[in-house]
Design a protein around this ligand. Structure first.
Ligand code: FES
Length: 143
């Protein structure tokens, strides 16, 4: 069933529609932005500018497993930078990139609300705290 048919053409449905596409596709391709804009009688630039305001919306496909390393102050002072570099080295990608086999995407955040567990890394929505570079292979291997 087409996602759009589940919603009325009320502009207040914009976030719900984008959220449903993001959930089902894992990202918002350009043709979706255009279709949603047409459906709600908005300009594509309006839809795009709303979507880009929210970090949860992605515009390129992510890998099957999303790894999120924290760059916040609490994590930084406890070695979060070294953990991030180890993840980059292990996966062979930099923050913001996806492995060629589409297995992993590496993202960063400024805080994931788990400062007491610093340095923290989220893998597939599960937070791993007190991370160290040697633990990177262990937690990645467990996924
Ligand atoms: S600063 Fe890293 S979880 Fe808050």
């Amino acid at each position: 069933m087409d996602i759009l048919s589940g919603f009325s053409r009320d502009k207040s449905n914009l976030m719900a529609i984008l959220g449903k596409f993001q959930h089902d596709l894992g990202y918002l391709p350009e043709d979706v932005i255009i279709r949603v804009a047409d459906y709600l009688r908005l300009s594509p630039s309006t839809v795009y500018s709303v979507a880009t305001f929210y970090p949860r919306f992605k515009f390129i496909p992510s890998g099957k497993k999303v790894i999120c390393a924290c760059r916040g102050t609490a994590c930084h002072v406890r070695g979060g930078g070294r953990v991030l570099r180890e993840i980059e080295k292990t996966l062979g990608i930099r923050a913001g990139e996806t492995t060629a086999d589409m297995e992993y995407t590496l993202e960063t955040v400024s805080c994931m609300g788990a400062c007491v567990m610093a340095p923290a890394v989220m893998i597939c929505n599960e937070i791993h705290g007190q991370m160290t570079p040697p633990r990177v292979a262990e937690v990645l291997g467990g996924e």
